[in-house]
Design a protein around this ligand. Structure first.
Ligand SMILES: [Mg+2]
Length: 206
């Protein structure tokens, strides 16, 4: 039973944790994940508050700094329609490339639908790896959701960095269905519990 439980839980267990994306440094990534060549960022609740209409100077400068330090940087965001267009416009100036589920749709296939390509599907991470010219195992997926960001990274064979949700807002379905399960699972996985328990600099998940 314990073995079965461990094998299931490893799909949502991150490799690394930190209390905020803004505290992530290139030096720490090099030290704790030396094979990583590219960084994939979830946006809502990770880089910005949920559905933020703007990127602050500090957020833009932080993403720019990681790129200048030698990392290819990608946005990998589950957003659709108008928000997908907004995320492209907001982040394209600051990262190597932006991927939303619509960018993975094959226009030649009439049955393809964007929702099939959203996390936890690994498709956007594979697209980032192809663009970066590296293997998925050289990517670090950074996000605030165990059942979207971490699971997508695991399915892609990428590394995963979990952060606590940034800002007060959340998708209603995530808030009421997924966050309570995350709260139960975090102690089972040895992950930080309350806000104050997350490390201020990059750390291995214990
Ligand atoms: Mg998110």
């Amino acid at each position: 039973m314990a073995g079965k439980r461990r094998s299931w839980l490893r799909h949502v267990r991150p490799d690394l944790v930190i209390d905020a994306v803004g505290h992530l440094t290139a030096a720490d990534v090099r030290r704790l994940a030396p094979r990583v060549a590219a960084l994939c960022f979830d946006i809502d609740g990770t880089v910005t508050d949920y559905h933020s209409p703007a990127v602050t100077d500090a957020q833009a400068s932080h993403l720019g700094g990681l790129r200048e330090a030698g990392y290819q940087t990608f946005v990998v965001s589950n957003c659709y329609g108008e928000r997908a267009r907004e995320v492209h416009a907001l982040f394209e100036p600051h990262v190597t490339a932006v991927f939303t589920p619509e960018d993975c749709v094959d226009p030649a296939d009439p049955k393809h639908h964007p929702r099939k390509h959203g996390k936890p599907a690994p498709d956007m991470i594979f697209a980032a790896a192809r663009t970066a010219g590296v293997g998925p195992d050289e990517l670090l997926m950074v996000g605030d959701q165990m059942f979207k960001d971490v699971l997508a990274a695991r399915r892609a064979g990428a590394r995963a960095l979990l952060v606590p949700r940034l800002g007060p807002s959340d998708h209603a379905g995530v808030r009421y269905l997924q966050r309570p399960v995350e709260r139960v699972l975090r102690p089972l996985l040895g992950l930080p519990g309350g806000r104050g328990a997350w490390p201020r600099s990059l750390a291995r998940a214990s």
